[in-house]
Design a protein around this ligand. Structure first.
Ligand SMILES: Nc1ncnc2c1ncn2[C@@H]1O[C@H](COP(=O)(O)OP(=O)(O)OP(=O)(O)O)[C@@H](O)[C@H]1O
Ligand SMILES: [Mg+2]
Length: 261
């Protein structure tokens, strides 16, 4: 099924498209403002409602309201005042916003620290028997040609998380510069490519060209992605490719907008 001959709009409903045996990872790729984080938020709320544990690294301080609405916790990782408190519940957001004002090196090192901590929690959570979603938004923050190990860590998580009953959700813009650059591609490409579910939203020309080659996109699919509106895109899951339109319910939209319940 390809978008060129079978265009359908579908709503994200948890992971109904996942194939048994494949990893449960998701990459969400698109230009700034295309709706990547919104898509992730809808997905998180639905997965949480279905019993999943959520761990989200949040550089934009935009997932904190979701944690509060879900009765979860927000861990402030920016204070530099010792180890973060132990998250008390099942929807945990790591607020790493303060890091965005630090120098690139400090920011990357801290992002990596927090990712390491979240990874420990994923592994510990295996005992609960519930799936864990680990969400890494603005993942380009980890991409540095001078220290490819940072992206290498994400790559190892992507490879291993299934063993612990988890899914890695990687969200990024600038795929070509930050994930497919020659120094980084050995880690960046598989992080993007090996995810069994890929959500492509609006793309700029350079990224689209690279993704076209990597994912064998048709001309019709490329046209769709270059002209996609906010919340629109293409869902690639196993052999299936369908046009995607992300729609939140009124209640989900309220939570995402930060309204109190
Ligand atoms: N499907 C949608 N329905 C309604 N509003 C949406 C939808 N997708 C995105 N928006 C809104 O559009 C704006 C941009 O979306 P979002 O923050 O998800 O973009 P992004 O791709 O994550 O951008 P960035 O790369 O800059 O983080 C937000 O205000 C968001 O609430
Ligand atoms: Mg975003």
């Amino acid at each position: 099924m390809v978008a060129s001959d079978f265009l359908v709009s579908t709503q994200l409903q948890g992971f109904p498209w996942q194939t048994e045996g494949a990893n449960q990872n998701v990459s969400i790729l698109g230009t700034s403002g295309s709706g990547k984080s919104f898509t992730a938020k809808v997905m998180l709320l639905r997965e949480f409602a279905r019993g999943a544990r959520i761990l989200a690294l949040d550089p934009e301080r935009e997932y904190c309201g979701l944690a509060k609405a879900a009765g979860g916790s927000v861990v402030d990782c920016g204070g530099g005042e010792g180890a973060p408190i132990s998250p008390a519940s099942d929807f945990t957001v790591f607020d790493i916003h303060a890091l965005t004002e630090a120098s690139d090196g400090v920011r990357r090192a801290q992002y990596l620290n927090v990712l390491g901590y979240a990874w420990d929690l994923v592994r510990e959570g295996q005992a609960s028997g519930r799936p864990t979603l680990l969400v890494v938004d603005e993942a380009w923050l980890l991409a540095d040609p001078q220290t490819p190990q940072a992206l290498g860590f994400l790559y190892r998580i992507a490879k291993r998380i299934r063993k612990y009953g988890g899914s890695l959700v990687v969200i990024t813009q600038n795929v070509v510069v930050d994930f497919l650059a020659p120094e980084l591609a050995r880690f960046g490409q598989p992080v993007i490519d090996s995810a069994s579910t890929k959500i492509l939203m609006r793309q700029e020309a350079k990224d689209l060209e690279a993704l076209r080659d990597l994912l064998r996109l048709t001309e019709a699919e490329c046209d769709l992605l270059s002209g996609a509106k906010r919340g629109e895109g293409l869902l690639l899951a196993g052999n299936q490719r369908v046009r995607l339109q992300v729609r939140a319910s009124a209640r989900e939209a309220e939570i995402i907008a930060g309204a109190t319940l």
